[in-house]
Design a protein around this ligand. Structure first.
Ligand code: BES
Ligand code: MN
Ligand code: ZN
Length: 498
């Protein structure tokens, strides 16, 4: 999608459609006011008639209006003026982009930034406009052969701005485009099914990424090397599958060689059957998204490279398939992790923490300033927080604060959960250093407790994105691309402070 900034009088714009807003009680946006004036009071007339109340998710399409050069005007309800905040802004955009898409228009002049009176920079608004538009236009149709259709409509969006807003707006649009590329990649990888998106596929994708961006290099670690490094926890998961597991290391150097390194680790279970502790059949197809943490890590490094963030980033994808087979781990097995700590596998379905713990030990070698792992780790997290916030755990208050702030800023929110030592005893084991499950209570927390034991050497945060990274069914079925916006905001802030 192309975004062009437009200055000047909207009533004179020769566009297929002007999009602008109306608040409740018929309060017109500045553009709607201008259009009303140019059309001799036509807009106010239809509003007075009651054809548009200005409520959310309400719209009115007007055609061929005298005094207006555009072919159409799409009036969009914005809800109450005082309640029009950040999330209403992006919801309104997604709403009218859906309309424009259904109308099959090739372009439109969007006059919406002017109504966003909340305290955000113009750049923020431009970025959000792009993000929401791209989010809404996304379709996963790569695997449809019979009805393959590209988005041949909506080729460009013109954004109305004032002269003073131009620079900031264009900067925001640029950031929005880079971020949206990362989000799209995270969605695409997430949505590919387990038979296509295997660990090998992810490795190939990483190699492609390194070809595309000079600042990116990749290293693929095969099972033999993984075994040699002593990653018994990772191996215990991958050994049940015919698909060889991979450790995929993607390095992005956007800063000087000596600059600090930040690490992002992603859970890349390309399909999670549960292993010998087999999951029930109903709903198991949702486990194609069990690599969404890895997909988000991948999307984040892509977005960082695309926007040339001046930081150094190491991304590690722990990619494996969790299968039941004659070579799979059994409940009760005890394995030794790369850290030297032993783990009693009481449930083979708690595999995410097993692949992640070795990845967390592995990243020590980069001496990272911060490490963030991202994982669709527990069903308990979905029960606790639903789909609005990712669960966040950290051993460092500063980092937790930064992530919380980035969540608010990107509208990709996290909620900090406790890592109190009292929870740690739930994963005590009679036979090994720890068990891989902690019982029925506080399942997301005990999973985080498990990981914390492998993250003592650096500032670390864990994001449980089981509820936020994908929608398992319904009209919005598919990967969401979260938490790429959160991580991108976090890394952008680091870039401007280092
Ligand atoms: N991948 C699942 C967690 C999950 C569940 C993600 C639902 C997204 C939606 C994970 O590997 C898992 O199976 N966790 C178990 C842990 C339990 C055995 C302690 C769970 O949550 O049931
Ligand atoms: Mn599992
Ligand atoms: Zn899993």
């Amino acid at each position: 999608m192309k975004y062009n900034i437009k200055l000047g009088a909207p009533e004179k714009s020769r566009t297929p459609c002007i999009v602008t807003g109306v608040f409740e009680e018929g309060i017109l946006s500045p553009t709607a006011k201008k259009l009303d004036k140019a059309s001799g009071g036509y807009i106010n007339k239809v509003i007075k008639r009651g054809d548009l109340k200005g409520e959310k998710n309400e719209s009115l399409l007007l055609h061929d209006i005298e005094g207006i050069s555009a072919t159409r005007i799409l009036l969009v309800g914005l809800g109450s003026k005082s309640a029009f905040k950040e999330s209403e802004f992006s919801e309104a955009i997604e709403f009218f982009v859906r309309k424009l898409k259904a109308m099959r228009l090739r372009s439109a002049l969007v006059c919406i930034v002017e109504v966003a009176k909340f305290k955000r920079t113009i750049s923020w608004k431009g970025q959000k406009l792009v993000e929401s538009t791209e989010n809404c236009l996304y379709e996963f149709q790569n695997l449809k052969e019979r009805t393959k259709r590209k988005n041949s409509y909506l080729k460009s969006v013109d954004v109305l701005a004032s002269k003073e807003e131009m620079n900031s707006l264009s900067e925001g649009i640029k950031k929005g485009l880079a971020l949206s590329m990362g989000v799209k990649k995270a969605k695409d990888l997430g949505n590919l099914p387990g038979n296509i998106c295997t660990p090998q596929y992810l490795a190939n994708q990483a190699k492609e990424l390194a070809k595309k961006y000079k600042a990116i290099s990749t290293k693929i670690m095969e099972e033999k090397e993984i075994e040699t490094l002593g990653m018994g926890a990772f191996m215990s998961v991958t050994k049940g599958s015919d698909q060889p597991g991979k450790f995929i290391i993607i390095s992005y150097k956007g800063s000087t060689a000596k600059g600090p390194v930040h690490a992002v680790v992603g859970k890349g279970i390309t399909f999670d059957t549960g292993g010998i502790s087999l999951k029930p059949g109903a709903g198991m197809q949702e486990m194609i998204w069990d690599m969404c943490g890895a997909a988000a890590a991948f999307g984040t490094v892509l977005a960082a490279a695309e926007s040339k963030l001046p930081i150094n980033l190491v991304v590690v994808l722990a990619a494996a398939e969790n299968m039941p087979s004659g070579s799979a781990s059994r409940p009760g097995d005890i394995v030794k992790s790369m850290s030297g700590q032993t783990v009693e596998i009481l449930n083979t379905d708690a595999e995410g923490r097993l692949v992640l713990c070795d990845a967390l030990t592995y990243v020590e070698r980069f001496k990272p300033e911060t490490v963030i792992d991202v994982a669709t780790l527990t069903g308990a997290c979905v029960v606790a927080l639903g789909s609005h916030a990712s669960a966040m755990y950290s051993n460092d208050n500063e980092l937790a604060k930064d992530l919380t702030k980035s969540g608010e800023n990107s509208l990709d929110r996290v909620w900090q959960m406790p890592l109190w030592k009292e929870y740690q005893s739930q994963i005590n084991s009679r036979f090994a250093d720890m068990a891989n499950i902690g019982g029925r209570e506080a399942g997301s927390i005990t999973a985080a407790c498990f990981l914390s034991r492998f993250a003592e050497k650096y500032r670390w945060a864990h994001l449980d994105v089981a509820g936020t990274a994908f929608n398992g069914s319904g009209s919005k079925k598919g990967a969401t691309g979260r938490p790429v916006p959160l991580l991108f905001d976090y890394l952008s802030n680091i870039a401007s402070s280092e």
